[in-house]
Each structure stands twice: as structure tokens, then as C-alpha cells.
Design a protein around this ligand. Structure first.
Ligand code: NAI
Length: 452
């Protein structure tokens, strides 16, 4: 992994003084998942009118948090939840927005701002939709204004969703926690009441069996580790050439290795066979394996184009057909059904010079998950994508130094993400608490300035 020596320096006493004096970016040390750490370390303020804010405040209290509706001017705060449940025109935003604004200077490092509002597409009323879209705009701008590793994100509820639904609590908890350290300026949509809150928040994937492709290194290895940490048993897939590395990661997580090229016609069936033989079940599929073969379109050749499409999207479509037609991945006895999470990329959203093939494949992933969500819903399951921005991996370590340095600073957190940041979001989407979210592409990019 590339060393981000600048961030290390900027977090020393001298570094803080120098970067401040010179007006340089000041990447903070982010609050990430730590075993047994509190969900947030300080008071959480809930602002906004309506029953929804009372319901959410009660939920936060039930987790033992120090929840306030009002605070003194000197108090330091870990998070602000701003609830916009009853807005019917943009003029209705101001009370809650100004209450939020008045608290921003009191935020602790790695604080969280979470806006909660109804899905703009859930209404045909121009004033109501304008107000809801307004919350999106103000949330993104707040994310740009956050300091010291703080983030701002939106929790978007579908029109008639009960605010007390477990899936709403699940989303709120993820956004408050250290698991979402590198997620900023994003919107987590909760569209169904499905879901169950785990009895043990430190092992939400207990009894689940997961398969992770491309698990020998990088983001895939991090995903395998986080799923294992969260209680899942993991099948790790990678190409035979990566067999030794794959076995090493499999040993670390007490999982089983399956050497397999995912472009094989029968890749899905091979995974199902392995799952049946070793575990007798398969609950979670993470399509992580991916390749780049960058070339300007003017110089593109068939092998570069075809291989990227074959690995990054065609293989997933084929494997999903196998999974969805199998009994193993189609359990109806459980209230929480099967999960698929696929790796997209911010290139698939914004495009990137030299990456027509890669962007086509990753935009394809985004299309696939939005369309397949209905198929999964029929099985009480979900399918979502995660789109990483700049992540510190072997892939990005190979970039020329100047390009890498620019790329990793061009986001609101002024630093690259870590493989485990992507893994945390993947793990959240596979958890029972996330059963209300499907068809979504969630970016893990520190609010990358490039792209939507
Ligand atoms: P990586 O190149 O370090 O690891 C990918 C793994 O997939 C390798 O172990 C490789 O052997 C395996 N793989 C490739 N083709 C395969 C095949 N046909 N069958 C089985 N396994 C195969 O990549 P990294 O950085 O960990 O990326 C993981 C995923 O995240 C990819 O889908 C990538 O496109 C995506 N991503 C990565 C970003 C980054 O900044 N590193 C940014 C955006 C997306």
C-alpha cells in the first residue's frame, strides 16, 4: 500500500503548525472502527420538528448515547442529526438549517452531520420536491465545509416509510459510526421496512456464509477480513495465479479458498458447489474482483476492451443468474434474505480519461444493481453497489507520484481512503440492519471533487 507520508506529517505537532501557516490541506486522522469503541464519543444533538425527530432521538437514547435537543454554546458535540420530515416548500428549511449551522463550530474531530428527509422522487409536488432536493444540496455543501475528519451525509426515507423501522435505525447507526469514516456527501436511501437489528452489534453477520471474489489482496482481502470480524464465514475466490496469497488470507480469516477465474462459464455453479460442500448455505455474495486495462479510446484494442467487460460485469451477470436460480441462495425460511454487493467505481459515475472500458463496466454494475433489485426483493434480499474513490492499494501505489498526490487530496477529507473503508460499507450493506436498502450505489470517496 502506498505510504501517505504527508498525512502522517500533517498530524504531528510541527506538521499541524506548518500546514496551517502555509494554507495547505490538513488531512485529519479519521475515526474508524475500533473493537469495543463507543458508537460516537460525545453528545448527539437532534434538531428539527415533528414526530420523526422524537422517534429518532428515542432510538439514539436506546443505544445509550448522550442525546440532546438543546446545548450550551461551549459544549463539544460528536454529531448533529437534522430532521426535515415535514417540509413542504424550500422556505421551510431555514429553522432547522440555521439550528444546524449554529452547532457546526462546536463539533469534535471526526464529527457526523446526518440529515434525514423523504425521497425527492416520492412526490410529484414541485414545491415539496424542491424542498427535498434542497436538503440534498445543503447536505453536500455542509460536507465540503466539515473540518477535522468530519463528514455530512443524508439518510433518505421513502415516502411512507415508518421512521421507527429497524432499517432506518441501521442506516443512522452506520452513518454515525466509525465504519463510515470515508463516506461523505452521500445519501443512503432506505426504501423498505425490512430488516432486523442484530442482538450483538459486534457480530451482525453471525451464522452467515459469504463469498468474496478477488480476495487475495487489496480491497477484496479487506472485505474478507471485515466480514469475518462481523461474524461471517468466508469463501475466498481468486485466480489460480494468486493461489498462495489467497491461501494466506483464507488462513487469516479461518475461511476456505477457492481458486477460480470468475470469467469461467460455470463460475457461479462452482461457487455454489463449494458453499454447499463446506457450509451447506450461501447468504452473501461480494463481487469485488476487477481489472483495469487503461488506454485512450483512440488507441483501444479488442483484447483490452473485452477483458475488462468480461471480468468486471459480464461475469457478475452470469454468476448472479446462477445464484438466483439456486435453492442454496434462495432461502425463504429466514426473514433476512440473500445479499449481493458489487464493486463499482467513481469512474463509472464521472468517467475518467483512458478508462472507457473500465467506466463502461463500472457504470454497467450500477445499472445491474438497480435493475436486479426487484429480483432480489422477491427473495427478501438486496443488491447494492459500492463505488470507491481514491483508495490506497497496490493499484493506486503504481500511479506516478504527482498524479497520485493530486488524486488523493482532491476530496473533502484531503486523503485517500483505505481498503477497510470500502470493506466497512460493503459489510454494512450485507448486514440484516441494511435490509431496507436495495438497488443503490453508495460512494466511498471522501466526497471526491471529481464526478457527481
Ligand atoms: P487489486 O488489483 O488489488 O485486486 C483485485 C483482485 O481480483 C486480485 O487479487 C485479482 O487477482 C483478482 N481478479 C482479477 N481478475 C480475476 C478473475 N478473472 N477471477 C478471479 N479473480 C480475479 O484491485 P483492488 O484495488 O483491490 O480493487 C478491488 C475492486 O475495487 C475492483 O473491482 C476495482 O475495480 C474496484 N475499485 C478500486 C479502486 C481503488 O482505488 N483501488 C477504486 C475504485 C474501484
Amino acid at each position: 500500500m502506498a505510504q501517505d507520508t504527508y498525512t502522517e506529517f500533517a498530524n504531528t505537532g510541527l506538521g499541524r503548525r506548518v500546514t496551517k501557516a502555509l494554507g495547505l490541506p490538513q488531512p485529519a486522522k479519521l475515526r474508524r472502527y475500533r473493537p469495543n469503541a463507543p458508537l460516537v464519543e460525545g453528545p448527539v444533538v437532534v434538531v428539527g420538528d415533528g414526530e420523526a425527530s422524537d422517534t429518532l432521538a428515542a432510538q439514539l437514547v436506546s443505544w445509550g448515547l448522550d442525546v440532546r435537543r438543546h446545548v450550551g454554546p461551549k459544549e463539544k458535540l460528536a454529531a448533529v442529526v437534522a430532521v426535515f420530515d415535514t417540509i413542504s416548500t424550500p422556505a421551510d428549511l431555514s429553522d432547522t438549517v440555521l439550528a444546524l449551522g449554529g452547532l457546526l463550530k462546536q463539533l469534535l474531530p471526526s464529527a457526523r452531520v446526518i440529515t434525514v428527509f423523504r425521497d425527492p422522487t416520492g412526490t410529484e409536488d414541485p414545491a415539496i420536491r424542491a424542498a427535498r432536493k434542497g436538503v440534498e444540496g445543503l447536505t453536500r455543501s455542509t460536507a465540503h465545509e466539515m473540518r477535522a475528519g468530519g463528514t455530512a451525509n443524508g439518510l433518505v426515507l421513502s415516502e411512507d416509510l415508518d421512521v421507527a423501522a429497524p432499517s432506518v435505525a441501521g442506516g443512522l447507526r452506520f452513518l454515525l459510526s466509525g465504519r463510515s469514516a470515508f463516506v461523505s456527501g452521500q445519501f443512503l436511501t432506505v426504501s423498505s421496512v425490512n430488516g432486523a437489528l442484530p442482538e450483538d452489534w459486534s457480530a451482525p453477520l453471525q451464522n452467515q456464509v459469504a463469498v468474496v471474489t478477488g480476495a487475495a489482496r487489496g480491497i477484496g482481502a479487506a472485505i474478507a477480513k471485515v466480514l469475518h470480524r462481523d461474524g461471517a464465514r468466508v469463501i475466498l475466490v481468486d485466480v489460480p495465479a494468486a493461489g498462495e496469497q489467497l491461501a494466506a488470507v483464507a488462513n487469516q480469516v479461518g475461511g476456505t479458498a477457492l481458486q477460480l477465474d470468475i470469467t469461467a462459464e460455470d463460475a457461479g455453479e462452482r461457487i455454489l458447489e463449494h458453499a454447499q460442500q463446506h457450509y451447506g448455505r450461501l447468504d452473501i455474495v461480494v463481487h469485488n474482483a476487477g481489472i483495469t486495462r487503461d488506454k485512450l479510446l483512440a488507441n483501444m484494442d479488442a483484447s483490452r476492451w473485452d477483458s475488462v467487460i468480461a471480468v468486471n460485469i459480464e461475469s457478475q451477470l452470469r454468476m448472479n443468474r446462477a445464484f438466483l436460480s439456486s435453492e442454496l441462495f434462495n432461502r425463504t425460511e429466514d426473514s433476512v434474505g440473500p445479499r449481493i454487493v458489487s464493486l463499482a467505481s467513481t469512474s463509472g459515475i464521472a468517467g475518467n480519461r483512458g478508462q472507457t472500458n473500465y467506466a463502461a463496466s463500472k457504470a454497467g454494475v450500477i445499472g445491474m444493481v438497480s435493475a436486479a433489485s426487484a429480483q432480489l426483493e422477491a427473495r427478501h434480499g438486496t443488491i447494492n453497489a459500492v463505488a470507491p474513490g481514491f483508495i490506497e492499494t497496490e493499484m493506486t501505489a503504481k500511479m506516478p507520484m504527482a498524479t497520485r498526490e493530486v488524486a488523493r487530496r482532491l476530496n473533502s477529507l484531503n486523503q485517500g481512503g483505505r481498503p477497510e473503508d470500502v470493506a466497512e460499507t460493503v459489510a454494512y450493506l450485507t448486514s440484516p440492519a441494511a435490509a431496507g436498502t436495495s438497488g443503490l450505489t453508495l460512494r466511498v470517496c471522501g466526497q471526491n471533487l471529481i464526478g457527481a
